[in-house]
Write a protein that binds this ligand. Sequence first.
Ligand code: FPP
Length: 248
Amino acid sequence: MAFFNRKKPELTDISQIELPAHIGIIMDGNGRWAKKRGLPRSAGHSAGAQTFRKIARYCSDIGIKHLTVYAFSTENWRRPEKEINALMKLFKEYLEEALRDFKDDSIVLKFIGDRTAFSPELLQLMEENEEESKDRDGMVLNIAMNYGGRAELVTAMQRIAADVKNDQLSADAITEQVISDYLYTSGQPDPDLIIRPSGEHRTSNFLLWQSAYSEYVIMDVLWPDFKEEHLNQALIEFANRNRRFGGV
Ligand code: FPP
């Protein structure tokens, strides 16, 4: 066989492929899913929350080590109050359920984003879940809530500047790694794969720094309709990509 014609064989079975260490998911399409059914947008978010439960469990079961889901962006506060309240209710229900029912779970829960905007009750549930799950040995599930990639970078820059001012850090020592260490995802690998259902071709301010070399898989399915098979499909597509990280 010609040396230069060495093509990766097509991989089709997820048990044979190398899994990404970190998957990001932009859970998009809840509103359209509801509209198609003549339902309020909140019904789409409820269905989306069920899909989130199912897919997070599936990722953990198949051995994914880090999963980050985009649940609420810094821009989502612009939505009608009714919709925001419905989302907050869903977060509260999930966080209460996690504390109550996931005692023997292996999943480590983390929240990324500016949590100061949430109600004291939600904030407490977030902290309790992080504390309760921190010593587990399974998948790290990052729930991005009031998260924006730009806001994350601004916060990191402010903390870096403060540490330089206090002589905790020298300006010459600021490297890419140092910046990564000041982000919410500090200590975790960058996402290898980012899945965006609902067909939109945008990053929407999701993991801006961390996604520099992520493979994006855009899927033509609305998030509430997203099934384990769609995740498998994305994993197979990812496995068949040729990642070069700027090399050849
Ligand atoms: C984007 O779809 C989705 C959101 C802004 C909310 C995502 C939240 C969930 C799936 C619930 C998660 C729940 C927990 C417990 C983490 P969209 O509303 O912008 O859809 P559209 O583009 O079709 O209008």
